[in-house]
Design a protein around this ligand. Structure first.
Ligand code: DOR
Ligand code: ZN
Length: 343
């Protein structure tokens, strides 16, 4: 097969940032994707429905002319999140999900949750109204090895939380481990996003033969057996797994430094890279489920009407995009991506 037309995809986990970076990165997502769940970890974070409304306005204003891209807004869960504000934001159609960042887990997570008990009123209300919780699934305790932080989170945070708040719908964001995949498979109401980069990276890619800051993200890529489990889950057709690119732009100055930020900027290459991976797995016929159907079904939203055509032709992506804050390196998997979006 050298041409594939699928229903227009959605990105169920995306960082658009703000200001000059927002203006530069947004067209890279709105070109291929109809909708995206927009992460709230700005500085300061998107805490309230009013914050989300204002941020949504800035996203809409930055959209290329004529674009029909729809940003789906999220709130950043804190120990002080007001359940009434969450419910009102959801009722007006503004808030599609709430995001849990364990405090200190990643970029701009300092206001995240330390004591889950304090977030219970908001979580209980979310369970009542069916509003999903998107979870950054890593513990932050310094004594836990960074490669174990997802698996430990499932056992010590997520499972107890789901017992305390029955009916809470949870998306395990950017799942990176075989343990995460099997947790999703064995628990109803739990879905997971998978990134494009975690389908092609293992931890050797980051560290062997030189340190590659543009492959560093959180959760960090794990061993090869975990990458394989992710490919298996993404290409299986199982409706619990759907695309969330976690495209996370940082300017090069913040990546190529002695303490570099976590994040891979994959938006410009995400769909071609997925086609490449799915073809290698003999699963091109399941790309549409992963990228265009499963997520909408999980969120109870209609599927998109439009289409996206991919063609087998080597991708010639720009190495960097220019932003008003400096260049941002585009994710390069280290091989030629065999597919591109048809012009
Ligand atoms: O690699 C990451 N980058 N992981 C996250 O969880 C946050 C993101 C960011 O905002 O840069
Ligand atoms: Zn993210």
């Amino acid at each position: 097969m050298d041409r594939l037309t699928i229903r227009r995809p959605d990105d169920w986990h995306l960082h658009l940032r703000d200001g000059a970076v927002l203006a530069a990165v947004l067209p890279e997502s709105s070109r291929d994707f109809a909708r995206a769940i927009v992460m709230p970890n700005l500085a300061p974070p998107v805490l309230t429905a009013a914050d989300a409304r204002a941020y949504r306005g800035r996203v809409m204003a930055a959209l290329p002319e004529g674009s029909e891209f729809e940003p789906l807004m999220t709130l950043y869960l804190t120990e002080g999140t007001d359940p009434d504000d969450v419910a009102a934001g959801h009722a007006e159609g503004l808030v599609t999900a709430v995001k849990l960042y364990p405090a200190g887990a990643t970029t701009n997570s300092a206001s995240g949750v330390r004591d889950m008990d304090k977030a219970l009123p908001a979580l209980e209300r979310m369970a009542e109204i069916g509003l999903p919780l998107c979870v950054h699934g890593e513990v932050t305790a310094p004594e836990v090895d960074i490669f174990d932080r997802e698996a430990v989170f499932l056992e010590t945070v997520l499972d107890p939380l789901r017992r305390r708040v029955p009916g809470l719908r949870v998306v395990l964001e950017h799942v990176t481990t075989a343990e995460g995949v099997s947790y999703v498979r064995s628990n109803d109401g739990v879905g997971a996003t998978i990134t494009a980069h975690h389908l092609v990276l293992n931890r050797n890619h980051i560290l062997a033969g030189g340190i590659r800051p543009h492959y560093y993200c959180l959760p960090v890529a794990k061993r090869e057996k975990h990458r394989r489990a992710l490919v298996e889950a993404a290409t299986s057709g199982d409706g619990d797994f759907f695309l969330g690119t976690d495209s996370a732009p940082h300017v090069d100055a913040a990546k190529e430094t002695s303490c570099g930020c976590a994040g891979c900027f994959t938006a410009p290459v995400a769909m071609p890279l997925l086609a490449h991976v799915f073809e290698e797995a003999g699963a091109l016929d399941r790309l549409e489920a992963f990228a265009s159907s499963n997520g909408a079904a999980y969120y109870g939203l209609p599927r998109n009407d439009g289409a996206l055509t991919l063609e087998k032709s080597p991708l010639d992506a720009p190495p960097k995009i220019v932003t008003g804050d400096g260049p941002v390196t585009v994710f390069d998997p280290g091989f030629t991506i065999a597919w591109r979006v048809a012009p």
